[in-house]
Design a protein around this ligand. Structure first.
Ligand code: UGA
Ligand code: MN
Length: 335
């Protein structure tokens, strides 16, 4: 009896597992079919939230930065924005992965007083929802919208895709300003080996070093190259449509679309021997839901909570937890 029971149990487990497997595999097969690397016409939409133009030259750097709402956003954008303030002749194209222009990003840009363009360029639900977070081609809709805006509005300058969480040495901007075709340079703190870089011999790029090659002709990170705008347009007038929604291949497909040869690449950072940009990442933690309890009424905590709610660090919610408070300077028992 017990043997039969065990047999039936094993059989039903097997049936359950196979149904589950079939469901999963057909789902991923369907995904691969319906999610094209390049979006169908009309899928993308972007809005110009605001723009402020400075004096532009043939050496203006258009820094295209994708950003999205999250707990760390205000801190990352403050750090990057203040770095960019120190580089001259630069236009910041800050493109939000969001349906609406957020007041947080708008107020930051207004305060910085840099030449800027603020875009809302949401990643289509097709790319967000049909893939898990690891597979979400992060920032692609914003880079495409940002480059489209630059190509529509300017003929000369240098384009650089700068993620909002990386760390940039000012010397990188003064060097990339001279880009005549495509310049490349090492990126630090990336992948297993901690660096990704072109390999240079006798002043020429002859290869690449990266933790992952993946059959890419240009195994480089988004932060590892800059492009001359006139060269970009000459090589591919539709370059704004060339970045694929395909994790891992955004850079390679985009650079291949420029029909680039290794001999055309201009190595920077002292012939790719120095790190002037780092792929830093902030530790991601969950957002807290907080309220101010009766002991802290009419105190600074009320306004502080409003402010951190606005900047997305935490949420103000009556359903949340009380903000911990302590009124005894000598002995705080906050638990
Ligand atoms: C790595 C690469 O360094 C990026 O160049 C590449 O775009 C990205 O992977 C990718 O997988 O597509 P990583 O640090 O893993 O970067 O990614 P994030 O920094 O989280 O995102 C890249 C950019 O996209 C950031 O500027 C971020 O603000 C933005 N982003 C991220 C969005 O706009 N929407 C999102 O949902 C997530
Ligand atoms: Mn990043």
């Amino acid at each position: 009896m017990a043997v039969i029971q065990r047999f039936v149990l094993a059989l039903s487990c097997l049936a359950f597992v196979s149904i589950f497997y079939v469901m999963l595999s057909s789902d991923s097969a369907a995904r691969a079919e319906i999610v094209p690397v390049f979006p169908p016409k009309g899928l993308e939409n972007s809005t110009e939230c605001g723009s402020s133009r400075g004096i532009h030259t043939a050496k203006t750097i258009f820094v295209i930065t994708p950003t999205y709402p999250r707990r760390e956003q205000a801190a990352e954008l403050t750090r990057l924005g203040q770095t960019l303030l120190l580089a001259e002749d630069l236009h910041w194209v800050l493109a939000e992965d969001s349906e609406r222009c957020s007041p947080l990003v708008g107020s930051l840009l207004a305060r910085l007083n840099l030449p800027y363009t603020h875009l809302a360029s949401p990643q289509s639900k097709m790319y967000k929802q049909s893939s898990n977070l690891k597979k979400n081609p992060r920032g692609v809709s914003s880079r495409r919208a940002g480059l489209h805006w630059v190509m529509e509005n300017f003929g000369e300058g240098v384009v650089y895709f700068a993620d909002d969480d990386n760390t940039y040495d000012l010397r990188l901007f003064s060097q990339m300003r001279e880009t005549r075709r495509v310049s490349m340079f090492p990126v630090g703190l990336i992948g297993q080996q901690g660096v990704s870089s072109p390999i240079v011999k006798d002043g020429q790029v002859v290869g690449f070093s990266d933790s992952w090659f993946g059959r890419r002709k240009f195994p480089v990170d988004m932060a590892g190259f800059a492009i001359n705008l006139a060269f970009l347009r000459e090589r591919n007038p539709e370059a704004d449509k060339s970045m694929p929604y395909q994790v891992g291949f955004e850079e390679d497909t985009f650079l291949r679309s420029l029909k680039l040869n290794l001999t055309e690449i201009e190595p920077l950072a002292n012939n790719c021997t120095e790190v002037l940009v780092w792929h830093t990442q902030s530790l991601k933690e969950n957002k807290a839901n907080l309220y101010v309890d009766h002991t802290a009424k009419n105190s600074s905590l009320e306004k502080l909570l409003k402010n951190i709610h606005f900047s997305g660090i935490a949420s103000s919610s009556a359903m949340g937890k009380p903000m911990k408070s302590c009124y005894n300077g000598k002995k705080c028992r906050t638990s």
